[in-house]
Design a protein around this ligand. Structure first.
Ligand SMILES: Cc1cc2nc3c(=O)[nH]c(=O)nc-3n(C[C@H](O)[C@H](O)[C@H](O)COP(=O)(O)O)c2cc1C
Length: 184
């Protein structure tokens, strides 16, 4: 059994990310032998990171930060669903990632889904750098969604050309996680 997290990176009350994370999770759950869980950063009520030690030197002491770190460590693979905020990822997601020890993502398959009016490209590009720093294996392809063409009447409505994109990414994420299992 491969445990796969779908991390929801926005914490806004009316976030579009909830529907997108569910869309990703539903398609990932169709894979045999995969247990999928949406990890909502908002549910952890994380403080701003202010640990005395960097997590690469000591696990976070803050209870919420520790709970998030331990939660992500419990998975074999992770998919981040991230909007683009000011040409990058949301501060909420960066702050959450700052609580992670390297082993939370090292040698795990990592999938990236970006969304925004400009397809979340810069959010995904920045996540590639961050995840690679942890030793995570970013899978290609990634999924890029547009709020211009993938929303109808205010609700997430992915255009037909996205069909097949999430399964292709999940397959690549699982292949990396399975291939790197002996290193974790
Ligand atoms: C603080 C903030 C900054 C944003 N910056 C960008 C941006 O740089 N590029 C872009 O295309 N959209 C930008 N947007 C639009 C968001 O991508 C869009 O509102 C999206 O729905 C946010 O995800 P969420 O609804 O899940 O929070 C921004 C939105 C917010 C709230």
């Amino acid at each position: 059994m491969t445990r796969l997290a779908v991390v929801l990176g926005s914490v806004r009350p009316n976030r579009m990310g909830g529907a997108i994370a569910q869309w990703v999770a539903d398609q990932a759950a169709a894979f045999e032998g995969v247990e999928v869980e949406i990890v909502d950063i908002d549910a952890f009520s994380l403080p701003l990171f202010a640990e005395p030690m960097a997590p690469m030197m000591a696990a976070p002491a803050d209870p919420a930060g520790a709970a998030f770190n331990e939660k992500i460590q419990s998975f074999d693979a992770v998919i981040f669903v991230a909007p683009e905020y000011n040409y990058s990822i949301p501060g909420s997601l960066k702050n959450a990632i700052d609580f992670l020890e390297p082993k939370a993502l090292a040698n795990k398959g990592v999938g990236l889904v970006g969304y925004s009016y400009s397809n979340g490209i810069r959010a995904v590009e920045h996540l590639k750098q961050i995840v690679t720093g942890f030793g995570g294996a970013v899978a290609s392809p990634q999924v890029y969604l547009s709020l211009n063409t993938d929303v109808a009447d205010g609700a997430f409505a992915p255009a037909a050309y996205h069909d097949g994109e999430v399964p292709a990414m999940v397959q690549a994420v699982l292949a990396r996680s399975q291939g790197l299992a002996s290193l974790r």
